[in-house]
Design a binder for this molecule. Structure first.
Ligand code: SAH
Length: 224
């Protein structure tokens, strides 16, 4: 794998978690995730460390779980699907994630690409994710507290941009921070609910592909 190493000393002492992760990887493959890099990353990242201890026994079920403040850690299938949609083929060296939340998706990306930048608008979640990713020695990640709709100009352009909250339209400033050939994967609100969409920056503009229906918390403005 190209990115940083996410090790889990706790899971290696508790083989139950490692086994549960392998089973989760198998379930995701059966559910149609064909990118082996992504399956390998999911079986490597200790999801139980990204949720409250009381929920740790549910961490390897394929379900979204609450992380406080009305937010959720995304369902593993959705994390895998979005990661695979962003990466194939040959993408990416640098990725910007909007909506760090628990930091789980960040850690999955960090196992696969050279550098991950992630922005979160809720201070409490940002601080917790920062501490967690440090504990897990996820060194190729940089987190920021702020409004992700503005992107992170200092490190632009990005080969990939992943938004983990549903937007009403493609945030303009984020589209502008996408490198030529780069991809953005995001949930967009539509008349019949949310759809996962992939934009690819081409020489003449953006190619737009609709992937599948999804359910995400809303992308909100400002910070809190
Ligand atoms: N990727 C996360 C999913 C978290 S849910 C995980 O794996 O846990 C979506 C997150 O997006 C929430 O934490 C929410 O606070 C954050 N968010 C919503 N609007 C945002 C914005 N404009 N900028 C940055 N983060 C935002």
């Amino acid at each position: 794998m190209a990115g940083g190493v996410v090790t889990d000393t706790a899971a290696s002492r508790v083989p139950g978690h490692a086994r549960a992760r392998l089973r989760l990887g198998e379930r995701l493959a059966a559910a149609g995730i064909s990118d082996e890099r992504v399956i390998a990353a999911v079986t490597q990242v200790p999801r139980h460390r990204f949720v409250d201890e009381a929920l740790a026994t549910h961490a390897y079920e394929d379900a979204a779980l609450p992380i406080g403040h009305g937010q959720t850690i995304s369902q593993p299938y959705t994390v895998a699907r979005m990661t695979a949609a962003l990466l194939a083929p040959g993408c990416c060296s640098t990725v910007l994630e909007i909506g760090t939340g628990s930091g789980y998706q960040t850690a999955v990306l960090a196992a696969l690409v050279r550098r991950v930048y992630s922005v979160e608008r809720l201070a409490v979640l940002w601080q917790r994710a920062e501490a967690r990713l440090r504990e897990l020695r996820c060194r190729n990640v940089r987190l920021r507290y702020g409004d992700g709709a503005l992107g992170w100009q200092e490190y632009a352009p990005f080969d990939g941009i992943l938004i983990t909250a549903a937007a009403n339209g493609v945030p303009r400033q984020l589209a502008a921070q996408l490198a030529p050939g780069g991809r953005m994967v995001l949930p967009l609100n539509g008349q019949d609910g949310q759809l996962l969409v992939r934009l690819t920056r081409t020489s003449v503009g953006f190619r737009h592909e609709v992937l599948e229906p999804v359910t995400f918390v809303p992308l909100l403005g400002g910070v809190a």
